[in-house]
Design a protein around this ligand. Sequence first.
Ligand code: ATP
Ligand code: BTN
Length: 258
Amino acid sequence: MENEIEILAHNGFTIAHYEACDSTNARIKEMAENADDNTVCISDLQTKGRGRKDRAWLSRPGAGAWFSCLVKPEAEMPAEYASGLVFVAALSTAKALKKLTNENIKIKWPNDIVLNGRKISGIMCEMRAKEMKLDFAVLGIGVNLLGCDFPPDLPYASSIEKETGICIPPMDFLKAFLDEYKFDREMWERNGLIAILNEIRPLSATLGERVRAISNNETIEGIARDILDDGSLIISAPDGDRIFIAGDVSVRGIMGYV
Ligand code: ATP
Ligand code: BTN
């Protein structure tokens, strides 16, 4: 099933382009041991695309950029490195989409890209660590680019074409993303997560909104006040401020998705 169409080089990245695969995250994990940092895998369709918490990710043929980036830092890194990567990738995705569309692209804390209150893209990071030291991380990114009909069970999903009428070929998006990501990853490694979060805050669809935070053991409602320098979210609830770590919680708007 994994029909490799081409291998491309772009701005220091090696891109393996497939016609079909189960999940580009699964594919790149299989390759990880013998592949270099910045190896990227993109597929025209995924038969088993997955989101966070193993939820299904709709990946119709040619309708979006379904891709994964292998991250193997040269220096030894703690396992927490992976949580910073999600913010880096969210920023790079938002900047690439902004450049290609000039629309008001927003980041829903921590890992979704939204336009007009609808989910255009989802980002996840998986990793393998040994004794709390990162072995490798895999960034998985899905961006709905083309097509206008979404199934009724995804009421908050939309695409760039549906929202703007602009048709961006998946490979064009991938290259625009990689240019931003190269810059943002270097900025993060040089200046820390603070530099990334300083750019994310003004693009946040979450800050200032009334939200519901749903974790394993409780649901609280309040106003999303700030993103702290470690990436966690402060929500002001009636009984005081609460801090949530990305990954532990799902945040939803009270009236809709954002
Ligand atoms: P959370 O805040 O927990 O991340 P989420 O709704 O963003 O919640 P994720 O697990 O991040 O959920 O993303 C997977 C969810 O995205 C799926 O449960 C599904 O509802 C939705 N989804 C699946 N495919 C697509 C798609 N192509 N575009 C937009 N949304 C999708
Ligand atoms: C989310 O919103 O939960 C994250 C969705 C991530 C989807 C992408 S599509 C490319 C890569 N391969 C997968 O199976 N998932 C990610």
